[in-house]
Design a protein around this ligand. Structure first.
Ligand code: UD1
Ligand code: CA
Length: 451
């Protein structure tokens, strides 16, 4: 149900110059998806009536990532106050509460935003609520000037006095505003300051000057981490990984060394899953209950059903569906293929565009030859089949239920159910040949020495 008294403005027009990237800053991923997508999810959980994202010119990628949220383009980057003004038209007629967020704080939680809104709706009816925090290094953050009657002003670092720079309480950038009073105040923001920008932070002093109350809520430094550089991106990744690992463990998975397991925002691990170190879950992975994953595996866009055993050194690519109690062993790659219940693919194999029927055994070194340089073709292995080691199955090809393929075969034709197919050079034998060969060579050598 949409909350008819909440709108959200997300500022994302910044160039992110310090990222040194062709990608808009908010499109850089943490936990396997763009920063802005994390924020959009957090915002969605508050059920806002409207969401407006302020982007820069040419940021179509961001517009697509946030759809169906409304985007407005800030043609010139004249400051955070100017950026918020760009959303005015899109929010015309809206008189509820407005949250302003910065697109580069992906770790922000819904709980913190809910605290902001609760404060905004408190008895003193503040026009502006600011999310403050006390970072270990206050650096160049804006500082909150607080008096007996609450928040008085925010001073930007560049404009702050020596005394103000010693204030430990900083501005995170997140604000909760009264939509009925915002625009009247915001249009009075000027740019007569050290940066020559329209500072959104001036709202506080303007509101106070107009006789309105302002207040702040205290937040956690880790959660408010803003990403301006690649190093900060890595720091955000670390925090997010910590959250994902704790959630996986709380859900009943054992991570033997949590720091050595990398998860994505959408990784789903069942109960009694055991994950050994050095396993990477790229996006789109679902793991059932009681699955054991040994070390050094890479998974992406795949599912692993209950009781399966995977790894070490397995790679499951998009479309791999590993069935109940299946065994996938070392140096096995599976792509867009279903491996049905109880089947075993234990060593050095490539299974792509294929089905491996229930209970089948695929020998070491088996390759499904699925690609001829132009098209991908399907290999269908029936239930209970046995594929001998080092076989090549040249798709499109079908191996029937219960069939046996002899080791080293290059299978180019369908194999009937329960048949034996052997497709390799047949073995011949010449009795005593090796002995005669050695005797002749030894004599040759002795003759050469004597001459
Ligand atoms: C801002 C705050 C500062 C706070 C800090 C927290 C102001 C004036 N200062 O400073 O008090 O401590 O964040 O990180 O608000 N943006 C636009 N259009 C613009 C300018 C900015 O969309 O014209 C967006 C950026 O993309 C970014 C956000 O607004 O997402 C913040 O802008 P940024 O330039 O990073 O502000 P700071 O200098 O960090
Ligand atoms: Ca910033």
């Amino acid at each position: 149900m949409a909350s008819d008294n909440l709108a959200v403005i997300i500022l994302a027009a910044g160039l992110g110059t310090r990222m040194r990237s062709d990608l808009p800053k908010v499109m850089h991923p943490v936990g396997g998806r763009p920063m802005i997508a994390h924020l959009m999810d957090t915002v969605a959980s508050l059920n806002p009536q409207r969401v407006v994202v302020v982007v820069g010119p040419g940021m179509e990628a961001v517009e697509q990532a946030v759809a169906p949220a409304v985007t407005v383009v800030q043609a010139q980057r004249l400051g955070t106050g100017h950026a918020v003004m760009q959303a005015r038209e899109a929010l015309a007629g809206f008189g509820g509460d407005i949250l302003v967020l910065y697109g580069d704080t992906p770790l922000l939680t819904a709980e913190t935003l809910a605290r902001m809104l609760a404060e905004r709706r408190a008895a003193q009816d503040p026009a502006v609520v600011v999310l403050g925090f006390k970072p270990a290094d206050p650096g160049h953050y804006g500082r909150l000037v607080v008096g007996a009657e609450g928040l008085k002003a925010i001073v930007e670092f560049k404009d702050a006095s020596e005394d103000q720079r010693r204030i430990p309480l900083c501005n995170s950038g997140v604000m909760a505003l009264d939509g009925r009073r915002l625009w009247g105040l915001a249009e009075r923001i000027g740019n007569d300051n050290a940066k020559g920008e329209y500072y959104l932070t001036d709202l506080v002093a303007l509101a106070r000057g107009a006789g309105a109350a302002c207040s702040f809520v205290l937040g956690d430094e880790e959660e408010l981490l803003g990403v301006n550089s690649r190093a900060e991106l890595a720091a955000a990744e670390r925090v997010l990984q910590g959250r994902l690992r704790r959630a996986a463990m709380a859900g009943g998975a054992t991570l033997i060394d949590p720091e050595a397991v990398w998860l994505s925002w959408d990784t789903k691990l069942g109960r009694d899953v055991v994950v050994w170190p050095q396993v990477i879950f790229y996006p789109g992975v679902r793991v059932g209950d009681g699955v054991t994953i040994k070390g050094f595996c890479h998974f992406e866009g795949c599912s692993i059903a209950d009781g399966a055993e995977v790894g070490p050194f397995a790679r499951l690519r998009p479309g791999a569906e590993i069935g109940v109690k299946v065994h996938i062993g070392n140096f096995v790659e599976v792509k867009k293929a279903t491996v049905e219940e109880g089947a075993k693919v234990n060593h050095l194999a490539y299974i792509g565009d294929a089905r491996v029927g229930a209970g089948s055994n695929v020998g070491a070194g088996t390759i499904t030859c699925n690609y001829d340089g132009f098209t991908k073709s399907f290999t269908d292995i029936g239930a209970g089949a046995f594929i001998g080691s080092n076989s090549s199955l040249v798709a499109p090809v079908k191996v029937g239920d219960g069939a046996v393929v002899g080791a080293g075969s290059v299978v180019t034709k369908d194999v009937s159910a329960n048949a034996l197919a052997v497709a390799r050079g047949s073995q011949m034998e010449v009795g005593g040949w090796a002995d005669r060969f050695r005797t002749a060579k030894t004599a040759e050598k002795a003759a050469k020495k004597g001459s």
